[in-house]
Design a protein around this ligand. Structure first.
Ligand code: ATP
Ligand code: MG
Length: 563
């Protein structure tokens, strides 16, 4: 795998569709579907598929269905069904009245299996799983035909009906397609279509004790819904001949075209519901919507906007070979979106007290500060200024290094939207030697916007008024996985070995400007010099301010691009 930052805007699937429209294939219609298996919450890879399928439908004035691929009874849950709908809607897409379940087609799929038997293209096989593996052959050797392959149609019909009626034990028999045991494509070596499995299904309960395989149910579901372009990921490329064989053998009216594209991989993220579920079930994260998760619900709780995710999916394009996209690209997209949208606010994450000795005790000034310089129409807000303030601890150095232009003994800086201050004295804890307070003076002539300022200072610091500030918790995030490419192939080490023990830092004594008491979830802020933040929907309930850092301000992707 290679890491790539290349932006590909052309989409080969559009070329296919354009050609189909020209030749009037599929009656010049475009009908796609997004077919998640409800066995977990959706992740950013699914977002790519959603944007592609719903996006193409929109672009070509076609339709896109939401279909739950719920043919495997043991792993599906209604919680996932709900979360998937929420995520698709939140991303900004709509399936209108076309929400389907593959399980709704169980009866039809069964009838198609019967039909396949009657045309001599399916048979009931009694080989054990182990024998079946032996008979299957290998990539280099052809397989062997099952001794049950030439059962009569009547016997097959009777046995298959018996399978459905619960006359046989789980796993004792299967229905197989009769194709070609010598095919170089192992998917065509008489693949299994139905198995016996006594399991409760989330929608059909115990109505069925036989369940269709994905490879059988999927093309039939697509054809039944009139899907024209069945878009899936590359690992299904070798299944396409089987897909086409089934549609052809069943003489189905609609002939969907399967088209494969490369799955999205992102650095420092795992992209598999199975692995993500492991993180949740083992309590390694705070649920599926933990702000460090690559799930859509996690990104949403973190503060990502649907616009930024759609933009990301658009920019990465649609590829035909697997690669990994740098997570910095996703961060770049959210920064770009928030730079124009986010209201500015002042928040001090690690407070250091500053007392302005020549500022009158008890005096409070309301200073005007802009809400968002990128959007002047958002106006100004008032910020209280007083004798006692907080600044960031890291904005002061007792013995400043050469390029440190912030506050130091005897040095002068500008306070954002306020005055110049100069540090006169450093107060330390007698026992620990820790710096606990700075004594400063201010120059009343230097008020921001007064036009009086003649001398220059290099540093501008954010600050809050001590008696007006509100206490808040801020959560800073790093990557959940420290490894760049944790989607290791089989046999490699466990992805959990790469879990970053420092992926979250909770700062519980932050001081933020009083206007943030009005913060509501989904409103994003730029805390000046600290990054983009939003209220945590779960823990940031009224009066208890908890902010997630969505992303920092430094853009490593823009740098990479420039270089
Ligand atoms: P996972 O291994 O994460 O469960 P999946 O492919 O089994 O992934 P499905 O629920 O079957 O998950 O996927 C629904 C749709 O989303 C499919 O069409 C699938 O191809 C697509 N999809 C899943 N993961 C990605 C990805 N990383 N990039 C692009 N599309 C994806
Ligand atoms: Mg799957």
């Amino acid at each position: 795998m290679t890491t790539t930052n290349t932006i590909i805007s052309s989409n080969f699937i559009q070329n296919i569709i354009n050609e189909d429209l020209k030749t009037n294939k599929h009656n010049s219609k475009v009908h796609t579907r997004f077919p998640p298996e409800p066995n977990g919450y959706l992740h950013i890879g699914h977002a790519k598929s959603i944007c592609l399928n719903f996006g193409l439908a929109k672009e070509y004035k076609g339709m896109c269905n939401l279909r739950f691929d719920d043919t495997n009874p043991s792993r599906e849950e209604t919680e996932y069904v709900q979360s998937i709908q929420d995520d698709v809607k939140w991303l900004g897409f709509d399936w209108d009245d076309r929400m389907f379940y593959a399980s709704n087609y169980f009866e039809q799929i069964y009838q198609y299996a019967v039909q396949l038997i009657t045309v001599g293209k399916a048979y009931v096989c009694d080989l054990t799983a182990e024998q079946m593996r032996e008979y299957r052959g290998t990539l280099t050797e052809p397989g062997k035909e099952s001794p049950y392959r030439n059962r009569s149609m009547a016997e097959n019909l009777e046995l298959f009906a018996g399978m459905k009626a619960g006359e046989f034990a789980d796993g004792s028999r299967v229905l197989r397609a009769k194709i070609d045991m010598a095919s170089p494509n192992v998917n065509l070596r008489d693949p299994i279509l139905y198995r016996i499995m006594r399991a409760d299904h989330h929608r059909t309960g115990n109505t069925w004790c036989i369940y269709p395989m994905y490879d059988f149910a999927h093309p039939i579901s697509d054809a039944l819904e009139g899907i024209t372009h069945s878009i899936c990921t590359l690992e299904f490329e070798d299944h396409r001949p089987l897909y086409d064989w089934l549609i052809e053998s069943l003489s189905m009216e609609n002939r969907p075209q399967q088209i494969e594209f490369a799955r999205l991989n992102v650095t420092n993220m795992v992209m598999s519901k199975r692995k993500l579920r492991q993180l949740v079930e083992e309590g390694l994260v705070d649920g599926w919507d933990d702000p460090r998760m690559p799930t859509i619900s996690g990104l949403r709780r973190r503060g990502y906007t649907p616009e930024s995710i759609r933009d990301f999916c658009e920019r990465i394009g649609v590829a035909k070979s697997n690669s990994t996209v740098d997570v910095a690209m996703l961060e770049h997209c959210i920064r770009e979106d928030l730079n124009t949208k986010a209201l500015r606010a002042m928040a001090v994450l690690r407070p250091l007290k500053v007392v302005i000795e020549n500022y009158p005790e008890g005096q409070v000034e309301e200073l005007e500060i802009e809400n968002n310089p990128e959007q002047p129409e958002t106006g100004m807000r008032k910020i209280p200024f007083s004798r006692e303030l907080y600044i960031e601890q890291e904005d002061f150095m007792e013995t400043p290094s050469k390029k440190f232009f912030r506050l130091a003994p005897g040095a002068e800086v500008r306070l954002k939207g306020a005055y110049f201050i100069k540090c006169e004295q450093v107060i330390k804890d007698e026992q620990t030697g820790e710096i606990i307070e700075l004594r400063c003076t201010y120059d009343p002539e230097t008020k921001s916007g007064s036009g009086n300022v003649t001398r220059k200072v290099k540093g501008t610091l954010h600050w809050v008024s001590a008696s007006h500030a509100v206490k808040a918790e801020v959560r800073l995030y790093d990557y959940l996985l420290s490894e760049q490419e944790p989607n290791g192939e089989q046999g490699e080490r466990d992805f959990k070995d790469d879990i970053n023990p420092n992926s979250m830092e909770k700062l519980t004594a932050c001081m933020v400007e009083p206007s943030l008491l009005q913060a509501v979830p989904e409103t994003r802020y730029q805390f000046i010099r600290n990054g983009y933040f939003c209220l945590d929907v779960k823990d940031g309930v009224s009066g208890n301010l908890v902010f997630n850092r969505i992303v920092g301000l430094r853009d490593s992707f823009a740098k990479v691009q420039k270089a």
